[in-house]
Design a protein around this ligand. Sequence first.
Ligand code: FES
Ligand SMILES: [Fe+2]
Length: 324
Amino acid sequence: MITKSKDELIARLAPAGFTFSQFQLVSEGHYETFDADWNYKDIPHLNALHKLVNSYPSSISDDIVTSVNLQTVGGFILPMIVVNYHSGQDRQTYYTSFLNLLLIVETHWRSLGPNQTRVETSYAIGSRWYLKFLHPIVQRLITKNYRQLMSEDLPMRERRGSLRDWGYAYRTDGPPHSFAATLHILEENMVVKREMATPAPETVPTAQLDGARAADFFTNRSDHWGLRLRLDNGHLQVYPRMCPHEGACLDEQPIERSTVRCPWHARILRPLATLAYPFAPDAAPVDLRHHRLVPSPKGLTIEYKDAPLAEKADPTEQAPAMTL
Ligand code: FES
Ligand SMILES: [Fe+2]
């Protein structure tokens, strides 16, 4: 496969009378270079997470995606044909055009140290010389759009950075990510990198469970050990605090019709368990993949299992219909 970098494309277009204005925008954060690569290849988050863009891919492979993006700019929806491809080590290139203007973008990421990454995105706005007066206007719009995108993307990358601090990693770390593989949102891509101490059992007393009617009760922390308890219509529902696909925190997501929608890729998660409440004196324990729930008149005892993270989801779980 032949790929051309931004500079190679510019070199080809310059003799055709195109003149380019170039600028760079930079972000840094607490995450690994793999997280930047994943974020820039990740197709489903565009529609699930970003507010100003909806993407309609027409072809997707490991190295390239072509799509029609509907991008909101200044309140107007701008249809853009976007070609986006892996263009080298730690690098991705994309280009589009609108009216008489061309836009070629290249994103490059590099490590600043453990779990610290810098991403440089270079933009080249191109046109014939007589439209060059439009370049500063386009640059302002792009800069504004970049800030909005980063306000949505950076928390996602930094969440992955926090999970890495806790000892997690991703099965997909290492080789460049694949655009096509990001569509498999029922996969469970997290692995435990460092040995993690299995938490000690804890008992949530009945008084606190009663309070889970007004406000959810959260146990442990927002990883695969953490649980969210909700009392609803005589049932105690037990939800995960972390999405098993790529580790999104689910704590702020509303529970609607007994489901939680993951904020990153819109996977729909059902309760891990539903227990009749108040607990009957002879209520049986419930075994989950990572927990054993032991109801008693005193409350709910949560025991933690040292079970590996699975790579495949519960086969009965549903992915939402994706608008691709
Ligand atoms: S992290 Fe991808 S669906 Fe939740
Ligand atoms: Fe994004």
